[in-house]
Design a protein around this ligand. Structure first.
Ligand code: FAD
Ligand code: DLZ
Ligand code: SF4
Length: 510
């Protein structure tokens, strides 16, 4: 008899069409899936994230078995669980008398290297659940002085044909962002993302996670995520029907007590492999073609997926394993306790972090312009910021989290992703949200203990990194305004920033 091969399916590879499954022979091979401490513990993941991954894995394994696959599944609390993916492969290899493994390339260098180092014959196939292969991305990037997402996105529109009129973009423009970015109105009625009641399998996982990870940051219950492809498809349908219409208009808005607004909450499902990015975009395109949603909503949404998501992955793999250690601005401050829930008087930070705790979710602008902006202005070590984001969001996997944090948010890669840092004073947050009206700090003030910390920290950041940024044409105007301020005022702003930072270091909160 020919020895079976082991077919590795990781927790975020839950796709029927996974390249490792496509290369396998159902009648001969054994699918290996393993809940292991190495994966549940490489960062202190939010309990909702662990529960989502484990429950989705168990459902996926069940489905594979129903379709005739032999699955060797290890539960986290099984006796003999070796604690790592490599250990489980070795255990199964010895059990089944084989030394051959077929895997789909993991989304993290750490695991790619672990598979390469194994004393088994491991074949890592490309992960083709993306629109651009890594070769396609590298070909696009080769020889370019700047890797701007917008140009990559246009290539992806051409490649997929999404919202194209022949060779031209539908509606005559590639990008409708000037119609977007409206602030939210508190009286807007909108539906919430779809919620699912946990079944027996999920309940069992929730109890396990409660026991083992109850001390991690984040609230486990209530748990309403989709854990199967069928449920994820229903969540997609719900988003397209009820929320997509306002997606473009309100994608940058922030509102107290409203975690989701018009956002899709689909990233957890796409990243797990339950939804295919192209099918999601095609569904959105159809809604636009059928006249159910405006062009700015459909184009804005599709750009996030075939543009930003694909681009981020390309950068992560192009830049190599050292990317998460980059620190172009030399930031060294420890991550303050505020990020782990210590009570803060800053309403914007309190809102973003509280919903991160309860939901394992914050939308893009909260991640970028509230928690990310604050960390950058305050000079927090990017590696600590990276670890926080990787831990606390249910959709966080290194291939997508690291370029968003190290590159886009913290400018720690020295400008590969962003030509200038995403920094702003409190003004931006005030414009896009209703946070400032109920904040203990004054968004109108730049100096004094009660002034909005973003205001003085913004200038402190620009002043301390002047050498780096003053030659950047996109930042020249800002430096001119700083220089036009009278010297006494500038000193007072910098003194206020230092006082805020001192308090942050002393108390861990502002
Ligand atoms: P929507 O607002 O509904 O957007 C639709 C989809 O577009 C998302 O589901 C997602 O698949 C995709 N998307 C949008 N923006 C991005 C982006 N910048 N990069 C990649 N995909 C994007 N996204 C993750 O999936 N995992 C992360 O760990 C992650 N960390 C982030 C950290 C920071 C500091 C920042 C600024 C952004 C991060 N993002 C991350 C990107 C983005 O914030 C999330 O994809 C989005 O908030 C997910 O919520 P949603 O599904 O409701 O998105
Ligand atoms: C995130 C995660 C968690 C929490 N647990 C597991 C697990 O027990 N077993 C597994 O195969 N995968 C898990 N994952 C997903 C992996 O961490 C993910 O595959 C890698 O980080 C690569 O993206
Ligand atoms: Fe945030 Fe400043 Fe507004 Fe307070 S005043 S909510 S700290 S931006």
């Amino acid at each position: 008899m020919v020895a079976p091969r082991l077919i590795l399916v990781l927790g975020d590879q839950l796709s029927d069409g996974l390249s490792a499954l496509k290369a396998a022979d159902k009648t001969r091979d054994i699918v290996v899936m393993a809940e292991v401490a190495g994966e549940t513990g490489y960062v202190p993941h939010h309990p909702k994230k662990i529960a989502l991954v484990l429950s989705a894995m168990r459902h996926f394994a069940l489905n594979l078995r129903e379709h005739g696959w032999t699955v060797a599944y290890t539960r986290l609390d099984d006796d003999g669980n070796s604690g790592s993916i490599a250990g489980e492969l070795l255990r199964r290899a010895s059990e089944h008398g084989t030394s051959e493994v077929i895997a789909t390339q993991p989304g993290e260098w750490r695991l790619i290297e672990a598979l390469e180092d194994m004393p088994l014959k491991v074949r890592q196939l490309p992960d083709d659940r993306f629109i651009a292969s890594l070769d396609t991305f590298n070909d696009w990037a080769k020889g370019r002085r700047e890797l701007r997402m917008e140009y990559f996105y246009r290539e992806m529109r051409r490649k997929t044909g999404l919202m194209m009129d022949g060779n031209d973009p539908a509606g005559g423009k590639w990008n409708f962002d000037h119609d977007n970015r409206k602030p939210a109105r508190p009286d807007m009625l909108r539906s919430a993302p779809m919620q699912f009641t946990p079944n027996e399998i999920t309940e069992e996982v929730l109890t396990l996670v409660e026991d083992l990870f109850g001390d991690n940051f984040g609230t486990l219950r209530p748990f309403h995520f989709a854990v199967t492809r069928g449920q994820a498809l229903r969540a997609l349908d719900h988003f397209v029907r009820y929320l997509l219409e306002g997606f473009g208009d309100y994608q940058d808005a922030m509102l107290q007590g409203e975690a989701f607004l018009n956002h899709s909450l689909l990233s957890p499902y796409i990243n797990l492999g339950l939804l295919d990015p192209l099918e999601v975009c095609q569904r959105v395109e159809t809604a636009w073609k059928d006249g159910h949603v405006p062009i700015n909503a459909a184009e804005g949404f599709i750009r996030q997926i075939i543009g930003w998501r694909e681009y981020m992955r390309g950068i992560y793999f192009r830049e190599g394993p050292g990317y998460t250690r980059r620190n172009a601005l030399g930031h060294r401050r420890a991550l303050p306790d505020m990020y782990w829930g210590a009570e803060t008087r800053m309403t914007c930070m309190a809102e973003a972090i509280a919903q991160t705790d309860t939901e394992g979710y914050a939308h893009h602008i909260q991640r970028l312009m509230v928690t990310g902006n604050f960390a950058l202005l305050a000079g927090i070590a990017p590696a600590e910021v990276h670890e926080w984001y990787l831990s606390v969001y249910v959709d966080a996997y290194e291939w997508v989290e690291a370029p968003n944090v190290i590159g886009m948010s913290q400018w720690a890669d020295g400008g590969i992703i962003g030509s200038k840092p995403y920094v702003s004073s409190g003004n931006y947050i005030n414009r896009m949200s209703d946070y400032c009206a109920s904040c203990a700090y004054s968004v109108k003030a730049r100096t004094g203990a009660e002034s909005c910390p973003f205001n003085s920290l913004y200038w402190h950041f620009l002043d301390r990194h002047r050498k780096r940024f003053e030659g950047n044409p996109r930042m020249a105007m800002i430096y001119r305004s700083w220089d036009r301020m009278d010297e006494g005022k500038r000193d007072a702003v910098l003194k206020t920033a230092k006082a805020h930072l001192h308090r942050l270091d002393e108390d861990g909160v502002l």
